[in-house]
Design a protein around this ligand. Structure first.
Ligand code: HEM
Length: 419
């Protein structure tokens, strides 16, 4: 740990990178399930506050969060230690790059990851969803029964979709689950041994993933087989294409950034609906409200609660002076409940308009998978609605996912009566 703790003005220490989002106020099960009172309390003290334990800045206000994310010259996404990725010496993914390289990579990736490519996947997403629902029903022989929404639908759907898009066999999805869990897992406590253990396991997982994707790239190289991977391999702008290392990092990012987040969007949307029966009744009456339900879930129970940046030059934000090398944690989940922007921010209102939430970030790193995540959630929720007579949450103590930035629950048991 000591040797990696080397600090320069531009490099946060490793412990900070692993624990930076874990705040004392967010350690218990209840606090993780409901971080919103903490945001409210912080926002009432100021839009930007200093956290002395992690020696970083917490940005809670909507406008301040936008300011940080928009201003990539002052706020770097290179959250690295001495030029190294925390997981090892891999090519950084676009999420961790600044312009000009970020701009070049994003342009190349945009050639393959187009809205058209995503829309063309809609029939497959529908089929996969219906197959998963059929499997749920078969197991329960068409009767009223308890199912875990995470295991039965919300987890497998995005994994199968991304696996198919990339061109990897669906039977590998259990391995995927292990790897993607590991990539988003946060430390359960802040002891150096716990952090070291998590880092070691993550590094091993990342190595396995890397080898796995190396084989997949090999299989698709030179083939124009309609997979995202072959499109990424052949994407070229001015004779430039993605290097093998960049391609691998992008695949790992898709797995990490795309799966757990979409799972949580689907589950969080059901949590919102079942916690707000009037909203659920409105949606049943008018399925056209689905887009509003999804947007409001993204704001109210944001699947990604926070992201971070490193300050590259002294700058003032929300009246506070940030110094070069400081870390800024941008609380998207808090910005999404800023009462200066959202009226009644702690109320779930599916018809809210406008609803310019920041759940997918802001600026040059705005989520590339937003249309895919929304499409999957829309299909999953509408397909379920059309096949059930009654649904309710099973009263139980929900277990939050332990992660510094992802917001969701490990399982969500529901009681379903099939139509
Ligand atoms: C970036 C959230 C689903 C791929 C981001 C960022 C956020 C985010 C907040 C910006 C992070 C930052 O600025 O530091 C979400 C949420 C999702 C979701 C809430 C689901 C509800 C997906 C999916 C994919 C994906 C399905 C792909 C299959 C990416 C990529 C980036 C990104 C590649 C990096 C873009 C860049 O750096 O230019 N996402 N994401 N995401 N997301 Fe998502």
């Amino acid at each position: 740990m000591e040797s990696m703790n080397h600090e320069s003005s531009h490099a946060p220490n490793v412990q900070n990178l692993m624990t930076g989002f874990v705040r004392p106020a967010l350690r218990t099960r209840e606090q993780r399930l409901n971080p919103f009172p903490w945001y409210r309390a912080c926002l009432s003290q100021g839009t930007v506050l200093r956290d002395e334990t992690s020696q970083s800045w917490d940005v809670f206000g909507y406008e301040e969060a936008q300011f940080v994310l928009k201003n990539h010259a002052h706020f770097s996404s290179q959250r690295t230690v001495d030029g190294q990725n925390v997981l090892g010496n891999y090519a950084p993914s676009i999420l961790n790059l600044d312009p000009p390289r970020h701009t070049q990579l994003r342009r190349l990736i945009n050639l393959a990851f187009t809205p058209k490519a995503i829309a063309s996947f809609q029939p497959r997403i529908e089929t996969i969803t219906h197959n998963l629902l059929d499997a749920m029903k078969q197991e329960t022989q068409g009767k009223s029964t308890e199912v875990d929404l995470v295991a039965a639908l919300a987890y497998p759907l995005p994994v199968i979709v991304i696996a198919e898009m990339l061109g990897v066999p669906p039977e590998d999805r259990d391995k995927f689950k292990r790897w993607s869990d590991l990539l988003v897992e946060g430390p359960s406590d802040l002891r150096p041994e716990t952090i070291m253990d998590l880092m070691t396991r993550r590094a091993a997982g990342r190595k396995e993933l890397d080898e796995y994707f190396r084989n997949i790239v090999q299989l698709h190289r030179g083939k124009d087989d309609g997979t995202l991977i072959s499109a990424l391999i052949s994407a070229q702008i001015e004779n430039e294409s993605l290097s093998l290392e960049e391609l691998l990092s992008f695949c790992v990012l898709l797995l990490a950034a795309g799966n757990e987040t979409t799972t949580n969007l689907i589950v969080n949307a059901w949590r919102c609906l079942l916690e707000h029966p009037e909203a659920f009744a409105m949606l049943r009456e008018n399925p056209g409200l689905i887009d509003g339900v999804i947007e409001e879930t993204l704001r109210y129970y944001s699947p990604v609660q926070a992201t971070s940046r490193i300050v590259t030059e002294d700058i003032e934000v929300g009246g506070q002076k940030f110094s070069k090398g400081d870390r800024a944690v941008v609380w998207l989940g808090a910005a999404n409940r800023d009462s200066r922007i959202f009226e009644n921010p702690d109320t779930f209102i599916p018809t809210r308009s406008p609803n310019h939430h920041m759940a997918f970030g802001h600026g040059i790193h705005f989520c590339l998978g937003a249309p895919l995540a929304k499409l999957e959630a829309k299909i999953a929720i509408l397909a379920m609605l059309s096949q059930i007579d009654e649904v309710s949450a099973v009263p139980t103590d929900l277990t939050p996912i332990i992660s510094g930035f992802v917001y969701g629950v490990k399982s969500f048991p529901i009681q379903v009566t099939w139509a």
